[in-house]
Design a protein around this ligand. Sequence first.
Ligand code: ZN
Length: 583
Amino acid sequence: MNHKFLIILLAYCGLASMSRAQEMIIPLYPEGIPCANELEMEIVERYNGAGRLVRKVHQPEIQVFTPAPSIKNGSAVIICPGGGYTILAWDKEGVKIAEWFNSIGVTAFVLKYRLPHWESETCKDKVALSDAQRAIRLVRSRAREWNIASDRIGIMGFSAGGHLASTASTHFDEGDPNATLSVEKYSCRPDFSILMYPVISMDTTIYHRGSRVNLIGKNPEPEKELYFSNEKQVTPETPPTLLIHANDDRGVIPENSVQYYLALRRNKVPAAMHIFEKGGHGFGLAADRGAVAAWPQICAAWMKDRGLLNQHLRALIVDGQNNHKNWPETTPILKNHLESTGLFSVDVATTPAAGMSLEGFNPPFSEYDVVISNYNGASWPETTQKSFERYIQNGGGFVVVHAADNAFPEWRAYNKMIGLGGWNGRTEKDGPYVYLDDEGKKVVDESPGKGGHHGKRHQFIVETRQPEHPIMKGFPTKWLHTNDELYDLMRGPAENMEILASAYSSPEQNGTGRHEPMVMSIHYGLGRVLHTTLGHFNESMLCVGFATLFKRAAEWAATGEVTQAFPSDFPTQDEVLIIGEEE
Ligand code: ZN
């Protein structure tokens, strides 16, 4: 990197032109920079496609690039430009890449890390890694603000920036829960890595000489050489990685990627590697360089396969009171189900305990794509009820599970949302009984009597009634559900309600002899509601049938569509299947 640069700007006063409203510069260490230097940053520009080059970094920071809201998904990448630990190829391996990520819906952060070449002997091997780790913690700590999934924060690096990215991928911690600074409480483990013609090793048989000298000096201690030879630092916890290199790269030979790939493979870390015949070193987006120009599509396809381009949905589970004392166990089961889809980040709003005032319990429903109720307790304050009604009226999603349909007998709008309810004084005043006859026709029965009942707890067959509904697509016509309560005699307004699945409530089990609704979809205003009466025991919720139904229901309630693949292993009519008990 000994070219002569035209120095356009010497004094640094903020990199961003702020030409786009959403661009932002965020300093990494507002509390004071560790190993601070006295440098004055320089920016030079080359007119051969490289654009701006940054050197003598004094103030490490990230520049935020946000995709258009319509295509934004929940993933983020922190980009480390390359430049032999002497400069940063800010545009070619930073801004241009960030803009490309924005085009596929990914939020990008270009990292302006300190460059070991300009640093003191005591700091040179510390600053870049420190900056990368802080950047990851910072993005994770503010994930919510940027609507990023906190488990979809990756790191990408080019050349020496690839060394930094692979160093951050092999040297990380889960954060310090006792830290006084809140950002330090967050994990700095990247969730995935994308390494572009990376320097990996300090081993002199394959190393990039300049990067090694800049980082650890001409005659490093063997421990430092080992520490920064990242192919020797891979563990099973190293994040899934994509490696891109060119066979004719003479700056950083492809053996760097190959050795890292082999280490990932030995440690059973998901890994992909693409070596192009031509491309040389430092190809950036490589738009005009032949086959290597395909790498962005390969990167996007890899991310898609890993679920990293999925839409990011926000779910809120409400709990805190329930006559089902296992609610502190069932909420985590529901949360796990949602998180296992890779689509949701999940918050839980827990009310004060029974008997305490609920004044002040008012979750920000409108910030969520779907709300799940695992709540059967005292009435919410009127302002909370009104806010929830507005949320659903305006198109919010709602999933009601099992005893949550016992709740709020006096709240009219709630009963309209859930279609049918039971217990807590429900009678003919609350609406008809609704069930199916032997031909599958809906029966609306106005006869008087109390609402809500179940027979003995037992395994029973659930029958799909609307196989074309997005939630039910893929479900067999009949499947055996595990031990549960089969709710019957449910009654309610049942407006705009469709029965998606039912179960026969057998008199032998002290049931009604009717086909009772098990899964109902309801439209309330613009909102979508899915109500299932299943889910009494922990085990009932761990049934693969319930889990599948619930995960699909939450996505449908949130978006109107279901993108999840139907599980290949599913209960049959004769055999239940419980999560964790599969063979
Ligand atoms: Zn129950």
